[in-house]
Design a protein around this ligand. Structure first.
Ligand code: T5A
Length: 213
């Protein structure tokens, strides 16, 4: 088994990332691994404060550039205080969303310059790259239905239009086409046990150190 690595989960709202992230952590623990289960934006006390600034509806407008910078500010704090130390201790880190979310939401969704996002990503992440990314794909209407059935209220991004989420989904699918050895597409419209089986097939290869399909 590979010593440690960062595994990320991505997808639109309601795709089942949080549910599957907890299952992935247990899957790794069952194989004797030490695991940190975390999320973005957030994951540490300070990064969770940045999350609230980014996601809570408020009187002042947060423009797309500010939103992008808030996501990377939270990420830099998260990397410094949780992700890098955990990886250095030899732990696996399972993260519910990471930089692909910025590429999909701020890049494809809001139209923020993709090259600028890559400059920020390279600076903030440095050597830290996911060894494997599980992209949970499903129709937007189904994802929003699941997310809205679950939450009492909606945050600033969750209350966006369906066309915004169509751009985000298309952005994610383009990322998967561009990086097929890292990003693994799962059919998230399937029941949870089927999604877990799809994930297990990817994880078996990933923990052996060969992320290739
Ligand atoms: N964001 C984040 C950016 O814009 N840029 C960034 O860089 C980053 C990091 C974060 C928000 O921030 C944005 C994106 C988001 O708008 P969040 O809390 O991470 O918010 O994301 P959400 O997608 O809003 O979280 P959700 O909880 O809505 O979705 P999940 O985690 O995908 O779904 P989950 O697991 O909570 O499941 C939702 C419901 O569906 C059920 C679950 O039981 C639950 O009730 N479910 C299933 N039902 C049927 N079949 C299955 N296979 C199911 N799997 C789960």
């Amino acid at each position: 088994m590979r010593r440690a690595g960062l595994i990320t989960l991505e997808g639109i709202e309601g795709a089942g990332k949080s549910t599957l992230a907890a299952w992935v952590a247990e899957w790794l623990r069952a194989r004797g691994a030490s695991v940190r289960l975390t999320r973005e934006p957030g994951g540490t006390a300070l990064a969770e404060r940045v999350r609230r600034i980014a996601l809570e509806p408020g009187a002042e407008r947060i423009c797309a550039d500010a939103e992008t910078l808030l996501m990377f500010a939270a990420r830099a704090i998260h990397l410094t205080n949780l992700i890098r130390p955990a990886l250095e201790r030899g732990e696996w880190v399972v993260c519910d969303r990471f930089t692909d979310a910025t590429r999909a939401y701020q890049g494809a969704g809001r139209g923020v310059d993709a090259e600028w996002i890559e400059v920020l990503a390279a600076h903030v992440q440095r050597e830290v790259t996911p060894v494997c990314t599980l992209l949970l794909d499903l129709p937007v209407a189904l994802g929003l239905h699941r997310a809205r059935a679950r939450h009492a209220g909606t945050d600033r991004i969750e209350s966006e239009t369906e066309s915004f989420f169509q751009r985000v989904r298309a952005g994610y699918l383009a990322l998967a086409r561009a990086e097929p050895t890292r990003i693994h597409l799962l059919d998230a419209a399937e029941p949870a046990d089927s999604v877990q089986r799809q994930a297990a097939a990817v994880l078996e290869r990933c923990v052996k150190g060969g992320g290739e399909p």
